[in-house]
Structure formats: C-alpha cells, structure tokens
Design a binder for this molecule. Structure first.
Ligand SMILES: Nc1ncnc2c1ncn2[C@@H]1O[C@H](COP(=O)(O)OP(=O)(O)O)[C@@H](O)[C@H]1O
Ligand SMILES: [Mg+2]
Length: 147
C-alpha cells in the first residue's frame, strides 16, 4: 500500500473550528479499519496538538500520513514558539490565557498526554520560530490467522 497524506490548515484563535482537523483524521482512520485503540490514541494526540497550535501557537497545518507500518501526525504552527520545552512538558504547566481557560482549556496535560500516547514525540520549537510537534504511531503487523 502506498502511503496517504492529508493536510488541514489551522487558524490561530479560531475556537469555532478548532478540533475539526483531528475529527477528520479520526473519521478517515476509521474508514481504513485501523485498530480502535490505535485510532483513539492518535485522536487524543492529534487533538491536543491541534488545540495547542490554535490556543498558544499561530496559523499552521496538521499533516497526517498513513503508511504501511505507521501513522505520523505532524502539527506545525508559525506562532511565538516555546522558550523552555522541558518546562512546557511538565504536567500541569500552562500559559493558557483567561479566554482559553473559560472554555475549559489550560489543564497543562496536553503535552504530557501526547508523550504518553504516541510511540514517539518530537517537539521542536524556538521563540519567534513557531512550533512543530511530530508524533509517530506504529502499526502492528496483522496477526497470523490460525487455521
Ligand atoms: N504550539 C505551541 N505554541 C506555543 N506554546 C505552546 C504550544 N504548545 C504548547 N505550548 C506551551 O506549552 C504549555 C503546555 O501545553 P499543554 O501541556 O498542552 O497544556 P495547556 O495547553 O493546557 O496549556 C502551554 O501552556 C504553552 O505555554
Ligand atoms: Mg494543550
């Protein structure tokens, strides 16, 4: 099977449409009959990364690649970036503003959850240079059927 890539634009502070890219990724993976547990992990991570771009980051893009052995979710934004990635990764750490908090965001668990649920998380960011979160989810080879 050749790999399939889908891209979705993300708009900073667009709370009305935030999360839609992840919903579309989830729907697509369901049509591809991936393992439900795997889809769930991808959906959690994709949503957290998408919301981070919209809430904390800037305009950007969510890219999903389905390959034979893996699914890769990459979320890039052109926002302010993260000065201290180690600090940002701490459970409970959040710089979410009042507006985001009123909508229930800002628990500071997005990045820790991405780390927990992805097989690999690569977070690249620098002040003024935007942020890129790349997550890899490995697919298990199909089980041998016993006759
Ligand atoms: N795309 C991003 N651009 C800028 N800062 C980010 C981005 N993603 C995460 N951060 C920083 O990392 C912090 C922790 O993120 P996260 O664990 O998802 O918690 P929360 O989104 O609830 O604040 C954010 O509050 C923010 O300071
Ligand atoms: Mg978050």
């Amino acid at each position: 099977m050749a790999s399939v890539t889908k891209r979705f634009p993300l708009r900073a502070r667009d709370f009305l449409h935030a999360g839609e890219a992840s919903i579309q990724v989830q729907a697509f993976l369901k049509t591809m009959r991936l393992d439900p547990g795997l889809i769930r992990r991808i959906a959690i991570c994709s949503y957290e990364a998408e919301m981070n771009a919209v809430i904390h980051g800037g305009n950007g893009e969510l890219e999903m690649t389905l390959a034979e052995d893996r699914i890769v979710i990459e979320v890039r934004d052109e926002g302010a970036g993260i000065a201290d990635i180690e600090l940002a990764m701490q459970p409970g750490y959040s710089t979410a503003d009042e507006t985001a908090r009123e909508m229930g965001f800002g628990a500071g668990m997005g990045l820790p959850n991405m780390k927990t649920h992805a097989d690999e998380l690569e977070l690249a960011s620098a002040p003024g240079r935007g942020t890129r979160a790349r997550m890899i989810f490995r697919r298990r080879p199909p089980q041998e059927k016993t006759p």
